[in-house]
Write a protein that binds this ligand. Structure first.
Ligand SMILES: [Zn+2]
Length: 399
């Protein structure tokens, strides 16, 4: 089963939004309009915390004992204009993990906003410029960038992104300026739409965080504020750098850990069993269970603060827009310089991730944050046969 047209449409809309670390306002405006559109308004609550993280709440049926949260981040590495000089050249900061060596001869678009449409889609246009010079600030971050002069007046604070085209489908891949993590945001919204459409009796909170790319700022703020507790189970949705053992097209990934920590054993197992159930029903259904240690994600933050936290992701091509290799060009993936390209995900991976997460939310009432079901199974194995055999030939020492 491949991605449905409404899901692809939502994925495109979300991944076309301008965004940068600490500058997620266009994503937030879209979410607000999306949640208010019928029939969602009758089924979803939306609020923000004092840090600007967003919370979408769905519940049908009784209040559950544990709260399930799906989490994704709304930012992506990008430029913030500091000032425009008299000659039209622009001084900007680049926030997020891309080394200066990748900036050489790259083209950049500065978003010139003209409001937001009733459907939450920003109105405006990208003004084209290019990198003249990029060097790290004294403390290494952010990267200070000089951009070529433009005729238009650019205001300080304008958001810039690599000059890559809007989202498009290329073969089985989805290519966009941003997949990390607006595809994760889109997956959360697709899950909510599925729960609403099927009147699923369950409860789900979606948490959309800010400024992950500069050190998990929104997640840390939410965690410190007590947005998480021992009664919460949190599942992160990410796009994560493709690794040799975790290629695109092999299915979405149940992420057992990242570069910094390993995640909740019981929650990881619960998700894996839901995925396994889908694979039992559909022989073509694929998923992977992997350590994705190409980077650290918000799930490590929530786990460190004591939350029962697990993660899922889809394998990301051209991580942080860094061109992976020449084959990317050959495949027709758009580029914006010798070393800059659109990020990609596999459409089937995305659609299957949504299915696993819908199933996880729908069956979450059966979840226990321990391995008591395993203990029961092991105890039964011990009682039914193993203990007798062990006793029969036990070498006894010291009796
Ligand atoms: Zn990310």
């Amino acid at each position: 089963m491949s991605i449905s047209p409404p899901q692809l449409d939502l994925l495109c809309r979300v991944c076309n939004l301008p965004t940068a670390p600490y500058r997620e306002e266009f994503v937030a405006a879209y979410i607000k309009a999306w949640a208010a559109a019928p029939p969602r308004a009758d089924h979803l609550g939306l609020h923000s915390d004092r840090w600007g993280n967003l919370y979408l709440d769905y519940r049908r049926g009784p209040r559950p004992k544990r709260t399930l949260i799906f989490e994704a981040h709304m930012d992506h590495p990008g430029f913030i204009v500091k000032r425009q000089n008299r000659d039209g050249t622009i001084k900007a900061e680049f926030l997020g993990g891309v080394p200066p060596s990748h900036f050489t001869d790259a083209s950049v678009g500065i978003w010139q906003p003209a409001g937001v449409g009733p459907d939450g889609i920003p109105i405006g246009r990208w003004i084209a410029t290019r990198v003249i010079n990029a060097k790290p600030a004294k403390n290494k971050n952010p990267i200070i960038v000089d951009l070529a002069g433009v005729k238009e007046k650019i205001s300080p604070g304008a958001i810039g992104m690599w000059a890559l085209p809007d989202a498009q489908v290329i073969g089985e891949l989805f290519a966009a300026r941003v997949c990390d993590d607006l595809a994760g945001v889109a997956a959360c919204l697709c899950v909510l739409d599925e729960l609403i459409a099927h009147k699923t009796a369950c409860a789900l909170r979606v948490l959309l965080t800010r400024a992950e790319e500069v050190g998990f700022a929104g997640a840390i703020a939410a965690a410190r504020d007590g947005a998480i507790s021992k009664k919460i189970s949190m599942i992160g949705l990410e796009t994560s750098k493709t690794l040799p053992h975790a290629p695109q097209g092999n299915g979405p990934i149940i992420r057992v850990g990242d570069r910094t920590s390993v995640f909740s054993s019981s929650l990881t197992r619960f998700i894996t069993m839901r995925a396994g159930g889908l694979a039992d029903q559909d022989s073509k259904f694929k998923f992977q269970r992997q350590l994705m240690d190409g980077g650290t994600c918000d799930t490590t933050v929530f786990g460190a603060f004591g939350c029962d936290a697990a993660a899922t992701c889809v394998a990301l091509g051209n991580y942080h827009n860094m061109l992976h290799d020449q084959s990317v060009r050959d495949a027709g993936i758009p580029t914006a310089g010798p070393l800059i390209a659109s990020e990609t995900i596999h459409l089937e991976d995305f659609a299957s991730l949504v299915r696993i997460l819908v199933q996880t939310a729908a069956e979450f009432r059966d979840y226990r944050p321990d391995l008591s079901d395993l203990i029961r199974r092991f105890s039964r194995m011990h009682r039914e046969g193993q203990s007798k055999k062990l006793r029969e030939k036990a070498t006894k020492i010291g009796h």
